[in-house]
Design a protein around this ligand. Structure first.
Ligand SMILES: C[S@@+](CC[C@H](N)C(=O)[O-])C[C@H]1O[C@@H](n2cnc3c(N)ncnc32)[C@H](O)[C@@H]1O
Length: 562
């Protein structure tokens, strides 16, 4: 398989292993928009710091557990005016390169630098990805070819799925060819497992979306059916326009303007005729469809809530000359496969961020609708989605919206290097949770973290400043790969917990040499099939240890390093 070489590669190829493990320091909890110092423990996280260290910090808890990764790294266009999020001349990244690559780093081209920056980060992302997981990487022509080759190396060429094309405008004025698209490169951790998962289907876009919109309007307009009905009609109209633009669509909501929401619709069971008063337009040609001789017939006597719980769909013919029929209910229609080309006007995402954070607050944010479609297709309830180049926090918005629509609890982890992790990334997520302008909040909560102290000092000893709690958590994780919870127990203070019939003890004191001996054993109270005991020294004989199922681990030598 062809591989790519660049100046500095030898210095970064295993660098992810040398990155110090730092603890995450909780700074704020945001619960439904209210900030406090309490941890929300929602599983949603925003981490401020360099993603290389942050990804490493996530390993003990998240290795092999992340279902979906979306990243939008700097495109490296060489645009100096966009220094913080476009190229590798960000002072923090330059400093990091100088440290890792050494003197040679002065001679690196911007492509060498970009590759040096990306390689160890992708290695860690690969470790975090679950066996059914997939990574989506936004990129454009500047680094697409290089990225593809290093991803083949890290994720395996056989796990490459495709380069999705996002067409973000229809106009251009270049002298040669106007580039109106960019890419989202897709790799799985294991293609076969993904195939078996049965996911990777685009959601039946209808029932959930209609219901969510209706509920949103109900809350916003305090059950005023007249207003709700008008707003619903407006919304359907905008959907219709989109459907025409995305001309590959042949299915569409059946609520075609006036079917369930005629302008004078005054609420369910009001005795009025709620059959459509409008023509039904073909989603591709936009022309009024041929009517059946009997006129439109729809199920009657249902309440609006019942209809919205299970809205039927219309199946259109190839153009307006065929009478559309109600194909079936949404749940009877197969989910469609994801398509490799998206069209969505790139300006929509900027307008949205302007609305939430203020004008020109973030350059080139991504579109939450696209991410929502990708996340919706390959993840399900409780899955974890990670974005380690978070920027303005688009991924979190997409996930929160998806949770609201599906009533799911997908979790997000966002990492952002710049100080605007608090003032932009978190702020946007908070606004989405609380609601902004005319958009009702999604609800939700998250925790905000800073990168803290390294777990080990430079001489390899445990770093006392980290604090005994974090050390206990770390050791328990390394042993059991399960989170440590400090619970009340009837044992000595060194007991960490019991897992799979093994009792774990960390006999550690900051200023003392600790010993595993008969006196220590006498203080242990938990009954287990075997015991793993960390201490500085051990005075028990080998035979005794084997006989009583005891395993001694020396501090710090035997503590696993990530
Ligand atoms: C192109 S922007 C991402 C925009 C984002 N997708 C959005 O929709 O707003 C890239 C982001 O990655 C951040 N970044 C760059 N290097 C980073 C690093 N080493 N660790 C964490 N974040 C980094 C930049 O500060 C910038 O905010």
């Amino acid at each position: 398989m062809p591989t790519l070489h660049w100046i500095g590669k030898d210095k970064v190829i295993n660098h992810h292993m040398d990155v110090p493990f730092k603890v995450l320091e909780h700074t704020y909890g945001f619960d439904n928009g209210t900030q406090s110092e309490e941890e929300t423990n929602s599983g949603n996280k925003i981490i401020h710091g360099d993603n290389l260290e942050a990804l490493k910090a996530l390993l003990p808890e998240y290795e092999g557990k992340v279902k979906c990764i979306y990243i939008d790294p700097p495109y490296n266009t060489g645009n100096e005016g966009w220094v913080y999020n476009d190229n590798v001349n960000d002072p923090k990244i330059k400093k990091w390169l100088g440290k890792v690559v050494g003197k040679e780093s002065d001679d690196l081209s911007r492509h060498d630098k970009w590759l040096c920056m990306m390689y160890p980060r992708l290695k860690l992302l690969h470790k975090l990805l679950s066996n059914e997981g997939a990574i989506f990487i936004s990129i454009d022509d500047n680094e697409q070819a290089n990225l593809k080759i290093i991803c083949d190396e890290i994720f395996g060429a056989s796990n490459f799925i495709t380069s999705v094309v996002w067409q973000k405008s229809k106009k251009g004025d270049a002298k040669l060819i106007s580039v109106t698209h960019e890419y989202i490169i897709v790799y799985t951790k294991n293609k076969n497992t993904c195939i078996q998962s049965g996911l990777w289907r685009k959601k039946k876009d209808g029932a959930d979306t209609v219901l969510a919109k209706y509920q949103e309007l109900k809350t916003l307009h305090k059950n005023d059916h007249e207003v709700i009905s008008k707003e619903m009609s407006k919304w359907f109209n905008s959907l219709e326009k989109n459907a025409i633009e995305r001309s590959h669509k042949h299915y569409k909501f059946s609520d075609d303007r006036g079917l369930y929401f005629p302008d004078n619709f005054a609420g369910p069971n009001d005795g009025r005729d709620s059959r459509p008063r409008y023509d039904i337009f073909h989603p591709v040609t936009g022309k009024s469809c041929k009517k059946p001789s009997t006129g439109w017939r729809w199920e009657e006597g249902k309440t609006i809530d019942a209809i919205l719980q299970n809205p039927p769909r219309i199946h259109f013919g190839k153009d307006e000359t065929t009478i559309p029929c109600r194909k079936s209910y949404l749940h009877e229609i197969d989910n469609e496969p994801l398509m490799s080309v998206f069209y969505r006007d790139g300006r929509a995402a900027s307008r949205l961020v302007d609305e939430i954070l203020g004008k020109n607050s973030f350059d080139f944010p991504k579109d939450p609708e696209i991410l929502q479609e990708l996340f919706g297709a390959i993840t399900k309830n409780n899955d974890i989605i990670l974005d380690s180049f978070a920027g303005s926090g688009t991924s979190a918005q997409a996930i929160l919206q998806l949770n609201k629509i599906e009533g799911s609890n997908r979790k997000f982890i966002l990492i952002e290097l710049e100080d605007y992790a608090l003032t932009k990334t978190s702020k946007r997520v908070n606004e989405v949770i609380k609601g902004f302008k005319n958009t009702v909040g999604t609800g939700g909560s998250f925790d905000y973290y800073e990168l803290g102290q390294p777990m080990f000092s430079e001489n390899g000893n445990l770093n006392e400043i980290v604090g005994i709690e974090k050390i206990r958590q770390y050791v328990f994780y390394t042993e059991t790969k399960t989170p440590f919870t400090e619970a009340k127990h009837n044992d000595n203070k060194y007991f960490l917990g019991k897992h799979n019939e093994t009792g774990y003890y960390l006999n550690y004191e900051q200023d003392l040499i600790t010993t595993l001996d008969h006196a220590f054993l006498a203080t242990m109270k938990t009954k287990a099939e075997q015991y793993v005991i960390y201490a500085d020294n051990c005075l028990l004989t080998k035979d005794f240890m084997v006989k009583h199922h005891l395993i001694f681990k020396k501090i710090p030598r035997d503590i696993t390093r990530f």
